[in-house]
Design a protein around this ligand. Structure first.
Ligand SMILES: *Cc1c(COP(=O)(O)O)cnc(C)c1O
Length: 299
């Protein structure tokens, strides 16, 4: 079964020159953000096999979890509408009076939003149990799943053997697991965590790998979260604007800006081999920038 969620032909590879002093490395960025304005970047890949399965197994409703600014929630809402599935978003926290753009958009795609207190949100099984009489196809928070990783593996079809390094931003680790699974033996996958103090991230990511892939060459790097998940101090905003001015690449404040910043910093610290050819993954997420006051960003 094929699902037309976005346009893979729009994906392109762009060479980028970082701001800081020249390095001998070649750096390119895979513009997955171009696939679709909403089901953008890695969300397209993480959702597709779930939606195929939901349809094949005769479900008419998909239910999933996320925060008020979640790219996964918006992408799920839009993707479900596109393929003719109903959707339910279980949202962390009380219903806000001023709803985020993500929530407003999700609702506009017909997603039913159910607000759950932060405490109750922690127990996903208890939430699911409340709806056990409904026939819902459940997708984990952030799309964390083997099937999601299986979809993300397809991202490697754009990365030929000339690349030595693949670098991506990491939330749940699902995309990174897919990249590790799809990488060639000589390629190293480096994941930049955008979470503060996510001590189980490596284990969570590895849990999505086949045993034979656990030994492959990959590394998770901490310390580029800028204060925590979705935190965006002025330094990061300035970086996003500067990066856009030199490369013409728009980044999102939660994931890809921190990814680009980290790669630049790692280049300066000689993390990569001098003759490496690096592919950064632009995993999308630009819709999240709408939470910033207008005029904050140049793009
Ligand atoms: C969701 C998201 C990620 C994180 O992906 P995981 O598979 O959860 O690690 C990275 N980048 C962007 C832009 C995202 O929206």
């Amino acid at each position: 079964m094929q699902l037309n969620l976005g346009d893979k032909h729009k994906v392109f590879i762009q060479n980028i020159q970082f701001l800081s002093p020249v390095s001998p490395h070649k750096t390119d960025i895979l513009r997955l953000d171009a696939i679709h304005p909403i089901i953008s970047g890695n969300k397209f890949f993480k959702l597709k096999y779930h939606l195929i399965k939901a349809k094949q197994e005769g479900f008419d409703t998909v239910a999933t979890f996320g925060g008020a600014y979640s790219n996964h929630i918006v992408a799920s809402a839009c993707a479900c509408k596109t393929v003719g599935l109903k959707s339910i978003g279980i949202i962390r926290g009380e219903e806000p009076t001023n709803k985020s753009n993500s929530l407003l958009q999700s609702a506009s795609f017909g997603m039913q939003l159910i607000y759950v207190s932060r405490l109750d949100f922690k127990d996903k099984e208890a939430i699911k149990a409340k709806y056990e009489n409904e026939k819902y196809y459940w997708i984990n928070e952030g799309g964390y799943s083997r099937l999601g990783a299986e979809g993300a593996k397809d991202i490697c079809s754009w990365i030929d053997e000339s690349y030595t390094d693949i670098v991506c931003a990491v939330g749940t680790g699902t995309m990174m697991a897919g990249l590790v699974a799809g990488a060639m033996p000589h390629q190293k996958v480096t994941g930049i965590s955008v979470l503060k103090g996510a001590t189980n991230l490596k284990q969570d990511m590895q849990a999505l790998l086949r045993p034979s892939d656990v030994q492959k060459n990959y590394e998770l790097i901490d310390g580029y979260h800028f204060g925590g998940y979705a935190k965006h101090p002025k330094e990061l905003i300035d970086y996003m604007n500067d990066f856009y001015k030199t490369t013409n690449v728009p980044t999102d404040l939660v994931y890809t800006a921190k990814l680009c910043y980290a790669v630049e910093d790692l280049l300066m610290k000689n993390y990569f081999n001098p003759n490496s050819k690096i592919m950064l993954i632009h995993s999308g997420g630009l819709q999240g920038n709408t939470s910033l006051p207008t005029g904050t960003l140049l793009f």
